[in-house]
Design a protein around this ligand. Structure first.
Ligand SMILES: Nc1ncnc2c1ncn2[C@@H]1O[C@H](COP(=O)(O)OP(=O)(O)O)[C@@H](O)[C@H]1O
Ligand SMILES: CC(=O)OP(=O)(O)O
Ligand SMILES: [Mg+2]
Length: 395
C-alpha cells in the first residue's frame, strides 16, 4: 500500500487536518476535516473523498492539544490499516533559521518555541500539534513546513525595517507569512496561465488572516506581512498597518501592559474591532449595521492601497489572483478591489464575479483576474512526502 501522510494546520480557533496517499505525482486526498470553534462551541467534522462525512459537537472546554488528540484517535479508528508514514505540520514562523521544510527533532522544537512571541495566535498551537503527533506516532517523522520559507531570499529593501542595521542582523526583519498558500497558487497558476505565471503576479490571500504577495517568475519578491502576522492588511481580529507611534502612546499615556497591547492588536482589532459586530466576513456582509459596512469598506480600501504598493515593488503586474475564504467566496470584496483598481487597467466581469468563476476579469481587461482555491494541506503533504523521502518508494 502507498505511504500515507497526515497533515495538520493549527490556527487560533481551528485545527484542520487531512490524510493523503503518496501514490501519485501529486498527493491524493483521502480525507479532510477539522476541529472548529475552539474556545466557543467546538465541532469535529471529517469528509472522506467520495464517501461518508461526519460532523459532531465536542466538549466545550476542549484545548488545542485535546482537539489534536481527538483527530488522531479518529484517524486511527477510521483507518486502522493505514500505516501513517509521516506527519506534516504547518508552522507559521521559521525565523531566520528555516528556509525549507525539515524533520523536527528536540533541538528544532526548542528553536521553534522561541518564535512563539512572534506569532502568538499560531505558533503555540503548531508546536502543540507536533508534540501530540510525536506522542501518538513516536516512530514517524514529523515534518515542519513553514509559512515564512517561501519569502526567504527577498532583497534587502523588501526585507528591512529602517532601524539601526544591527537590528536587521539580529533577525528583526520582514518575514512574511501564508507562504504555503502562495507556493500552491504559484504552482497552480503555471497550469492555468503559464504565460502570465512567469510575469509579475499579485496574490491576495484573504482569509481570517490576510496578506498579499508579489511574485515574479513564480517566486516571492515582496509581501504585505512582516516581522509578525500583524502587519499589512486588516484581518478578522488583527489590526494590520498601524503607526508605531500609536503603540508607544498606548504603552506610555494609556499605561497599557505589553499583554494588553498584544491582546488588543491580535484579538480585538481588524474587522471585529472596527465593526463591533464580528470578525467574520459573511456576518458583516449580512449585517445592516453601518459600522459593519464601514469595516468592509476599510478592508477593501487597504487591499487596494497595498496592491498598488506591491505593484511598485515588482514594477507592475500581469495577473491578480484572489484566494482563501474571502478571496474565493466574496464577490463584494473582489468587486470593490478590482473596480477600485480600474485606473491600472483592471476591468471586472460582474456576472463571472458573482458566480465566483475562475476568471473574473472582462475580456478587455489589461490584466487578468483569477479566483483560485488555495490548498495549504496539499502543499504540506507534498513537502512532507519529499522531506521524509517517501517519493521514490511511492512511485
Ligand atoms: N461566501 C462567503 N462570503 C463572504 N465571506 C466568506 C464566505 N465564505 C467564507 N468567507 C470568509 O472567509 C473567512 C475565513 O477564511 P479562511 O481562509 O477559511 O480562514 P482561515 O484563515 O481560518 O483559514 C471568514 O471571514 C469568512 O466569513
Ligand atoms: C499567518 C496567518 O495569518 O495565518 P492564518 O490566515 O491561518 O490565520
Ligand atoms: Mg488560513
Amino acid at each position: 500500500m502507498a505511504d500515507r501522510v497526515v497533515t495538520l494546520n493549527a490556527g487560533s480557533s481551528s485545527v484542520k487536518f487531512a490524510l493523503f496517499a503518496a501514490d501519485a505525482d501529486w498527493p491524493r486526498l483521502i480525507v479532510s476535516g477539522a476541529v472548529e470553534g475552539l474556545g466557543a462551541k467546538p465541532r469535529f467534522r471529517a469528509a472522506i473523498v467520495d464517501g461518508d462525512a461526519s460532523d459532531r459537537p465536542l466538549a466545550a472546554k476542549l484545548t488545542h492539544k485535546q482537539a489534536i488528540a481527538a483527530i488522531f484517535e479518529w484517524i486511527e479508528d477510521a483507518y486502522p490499516a493505514a500505516a501513517v508514514s509521516a506527519i506534516g505540520h504547518r508552522v507559521v514562523h521559521g525565523g531566520l533559521s528555516f528556509a525549507a521544510p525539515i524533520i523536527v527533532d528536540a533541538e528544532t522544537l526548542a528553536e521553534l518555541r522561541e518564535f512563539i512571541p512572534l506569532a502568538p495566535l499560531h505558533q503555540p498551537h503548531n508546536i502543540a500539534g507536533i508534540e501530540v503527533a510525536r506522542d501518538a506516532f513516536p516512530h514517524v517523522p514529523q515534518v515542519a513546513c513553514f509559512d515564512t520559507a517561501f519569502h526567504r531570499g527577498h532583497a534587502f529593501v523588501d526585507d528591512a525595517y529602517a532601524l539601526p542595521y544591527s537590528y536587521y542582523e539580529r533577525g528583526l526583519r520582514r518575514f512574511g507569512f501564508h507562504g504555503l498558500s502562495y507556493e500552491y497558487i504559484s504552482r497552480r497558476l503555471r497550469t492555468i496561465d503559464p504565460v502570465h505565471a512567469e510575469g509579475g503576479v499579485i496574490i491576495a490571500h484573504l482569509g481570517n488572516g490576510a496578506s498579499l504577495c508579489a511574485m515574479k517568475g513564480g517566486r516571492s519578491i515582496a509581501t504585505s506581512m512582516g516581522f509578525s502576522a500583524l502587519e499589512g492588511l486588516p484581518m478578522g481580529t488583527r489590526c494590520g498597518q498601524i503607526d508605531p507611534g500609536l503603540l508607544l502612546y498606548l504603552l506610555q499615556s494609556d499605561a497599557m501592559t505589553p499583554e494588553e497591547l498584544s491582546h488588543l492588536l491580535y484579538e480585538r482589532s481588524g474587522l471585529l474591532g472596527l465593526s463591533g459586530v464580528s470578525h467574520d466576513m459573511r456576518t458583516l456582509e449580512a449585517s445592516e449595521d453601518p459600522r459593519a459596512q464601514a469595516a468592509i469598506a476599510y478592508f477593501i480600501h487597504r487591499i487596494k492601497m497595498e496592491i498598488a504598493a506591491l505593484a511598485a515593488a515588482i514594477g507592475g503586474f500581469d495577473a491578480l489572483v484572489f484566494t482563501a475564504g474571502i478571496g474565493e467566496h466574496s464577490p463584494r470584496v473582489r468587486a470593490g478591489v478590482v473596480e477600485g483598481l480600474g485606473w491600472l487597467g483592471l476591468t471586472l466581469d460582474t456576472a463571472a464575479n458573482s458566480r465566483n468563476d475562475p476568471v473574473i476579469s472582462a475580456a478587455q481587461s489589461r490584466i487578468p483576474v483569477f479566483v483560485t482555491p488555495t490548498d495549504e494541506e496539499a502543499m504540506i503533504a507534498r513537502h512532507t512526502i519529499e522531506t521524509a523521502g517517501l517519493t521514490a518508494a511511492a512511485r
